[in-house]
Design a protein around this ligand. Sequence first.
Ligand SMILES: NC(=O)c1ccc[n+]([C@@H]2O[C@H](COP(=O)([O-])OP(=O)(O)OC[C@H]3O[C@@H](n4cnc5c(N)ncnc54)[C@H](OP(=O)(O)O)[C@@H]3O)[C@@H](O)[C@H]2O)c1
Length: 264
Amino acid sequence: MCEAMVQGFLSKKLLSSKSITVAEPRQERKSELKQKYKLNITSNNREAAEACKILVLSVKPQDLDSVLASLKGALRPEQMVLSIVAGARISIISKGLAHNAIARVMPNTPAQIGEGMSVWTATPSVKKQQLNQARIMLQALGKELYVNDEKFLDMATAISGTGPAYVFLVMEAMVDAAVHLGFARHIAYQLVTETIRGSIMYAMKSGKHPAELRNLVTSPGGTSAAALYELEKGSLRTVLARGIWAAYERSKSLGEGKGPAPGV
Ligand SMILES: NC(=O)c1ccc[n+]([C@@H]2O[C@H](COP(=O)([O-])OP(=O)(O)OC[C@H]3O[C@@H](n4cnc5c(N)ncnc54)[C@H](OP(=O)(O)O)[C@@H]3O)[C@@H](O)[C@H]2O)c1
């Protein structure tokens, strides 16, 4: 994710490679990043933290405690931390770093190609100018939305953060059904991806409500009506809503430090 951010900063000329320092523990990856982007690279997290104005925290949640411990007390009050670590509450990061100016972001995987949707918030210690800087940085990953309460991040986790998983599942199911009908897999994939992409573009450009668009393609006694009847009978809406609620509850319990789900 951090590499996607770096690519965005450099391609949009928001920052020069010399002004970015990356802390990376693995030698092989350090060399790769150095060669690819000509960044300043260190394996010392504290050294990177002390040098920066904005510290981006982009480690896996399981590595967070040790990284926070390695950085505790290293930051000056005027520095800002931008955390994209899924599920990590501001209070945990603030306590772990002994630092108050923190912005917390929930990005999603399309951010890796600059098509993400990031929802974020910040503590009152983050200054207006830093909020603007954070906004510009997040725009390197795609669209961003500021919310004024951290509780919205759990909701966003269930919609935009986890959303790509729902979309990929629907894609997979449609491709499999197309193969079942008799299409070759690569044709099935093209038909499904182009249909989803085109439908989203159409919905966004027309500005019409999805129900109106659906009605427009549903002619009396037609194929859409037959398919929609079966989808509603199979409780598609209820199942989707239940999935979204489950992701929301899971996000809240992860934020409270309740570890992996039972059976995982
Ligand atoms: N992937 C997504 O689309 C996505 C979406 C939403 C949120 N997020 C969040 O974004 C964060 C990063 O995810 P990711 O998918 O980009 O993970 P990733 O590719 O594993 O990146 C994590 C990076 O942290 C480095 N690292 C590990 N231990 C470290 C340490 N002690 N000190 C400094 N650096 C260390 C890793 O180094 P190595 O090169 O040695 O592994 C790696 O470069 C996660 O918290 C995730 O929850 C990701």
